[in-house]
Design a protein around this ligand. Structure first.
Ligand code: HEC
Length: 161
């Protein structure tokens, strides 16, 4: 062995020893530095954050608001006689368009009642062609229930007796 190989061998050994010493001393200190770095921790948990989370009723959401549950759609309450009249019938039966019997016109309603209240109601539900004009079925508001139309007829009759 010549001197050169011995020197190189020593230098390599020293380098390895120094590297091991650096790793042994440095790594716990560096780890601690990373572990205790709050900004870094927040960045990591932000990256690991799930896209969504199931929130049960009453439980707080991550944003701190109580979970809001959409109220079930209210079951539409049937309209009252006056409500139906104002929405669907008043346009014709208010001013008396095309000979529509006007609200409160006792004489006109009395003649119509002579054919029987059931027939009057049937005409309101199914529509009819009268001597003066056309009464469209349910006044043209086919979304109204039979009960609602009958309530409107009864309202008109009560106001016109
Ligand atoms: C587009 C106009 C129009 C609307 C809207 C309308 N009516 Fe009429 N209605 C008439 C006309 C016109 C007559 C009378 C026809 C005739 O006697 O020649 C009539 C007659 C009636 C009669 C008398 C039936 C009979 O046997 O003589 C009733 C009851 C009635 N309507 C109920 C209603 C109710 C209830 C509504 C609302 C849901 C309504 N109408 C909406 C035009 C309308």
């Amino acid at each position: 062995m010549d001197h050169f190989s011995v020197v190189i061998g020593l230098l390599v050994t020293i380098a390895v020893v120094l590297a091991l010493a650096a790793v042994t001393i440095g790594s716990p200190i560096q780890r601690a530095g990373v572990d205790e770095n709050r900004v870094y921790q927040e960045q990591v948990s932000e990256r690991l954050r799930p896209f969504g989370r199931v929130v049960l009723t009453g439980e707080d959401t991550p944003s701190g608001q109580a979970a809001v549950v959409a109220a079930p759609a209210p079951v539409a309450a049937p309209l009252s006689g006056p409500q139906v009249f104002n929405q669907a019938c008043n346009a014709c039966h208010g001013p008396g368009v095309n000979g529509a019997p006007r609200l409160g016109d006792k004489a006109d309603w009395a003649t119509r009642l002579a054919q029987g209240e059931a027939t009057v109601k049937k005409h309101a539900l199914e529509g009819f062609q009268g001597a003066k004009g056309v009464m469209p079925a349910k006044g043209g508001f086919v979304d109204l229930s039979d009960e609602e139309v009958i309530a409107a007829v009864e309202y008109m009759l009560n106001e016109s007796r």
